[in-house]
Design a protein around this ligand. Sequence first.
Ligand code: ADE
Length: 222
Amino acid sequence: MRIDIVSIFPDIFYSPFSNSIIKKAINHKLININIHNLRDYGLGKRKKIDDYPYGGGNGMVIRIEPVYKCFSMLMSNRNYDEIIFMTPDGDLHSQKYANYLSSKKNIIILCGRYKGIDQRIRDNLISKELSIGKYILSGGELAAAVVIESMVRLIPGIINKKSILTDSFQEKSYFISPPVYTRPCKYKKWKVPSVLLSGHHKKINDWFLKKSSKSINRKLDI
Ligand code: ADE
């Protein structure tokens, strides 16, 4: 899978992509992440990328030309399955959408900043608007990192398949993962539930099931 990220703060991705699962996926060449600094496609000597909003109002708006230029360069080299714009008013990200993305070959993720981006970009160049929750971040970079983490771990070969299938919110489970414990079995006054130490497999399975289904009423929309 190839992921092209378009952002004006490429350094934000340095840490999330240099650790754990994403680092492993990059090292194993299971994903190829390319970060493009939108400013490199800016206008004139000062590489201008934003301007005042028509009709007035606070904040600056990202102009069309740099985005169009960057996307054209990318699209002249390959076809893209999705061109995603990270925005708080987009469709809410989900495990289902992470599954969908994990099977794709090429995607672009555009990260917004400032007051927003010229609406004509959203209307004409974007195939999916995606939000990671009903709250406002200063930009789409951290949201993009969340989406990438959620889909990269689903790519075959990254982590053990059984572990993915039992993740909370996976389509077939509909449950939150049950609580887990490890040694010591008693720490200060706090004990591991005795059933887990009983060695009785049926009782243990029933307990896990009960604890998982307890969360069914909190089931998220997947
Ligand atoms: N950009 C700013 N806030 C965001 C959010 N909640 N989800 C996705 N992109 C964003």
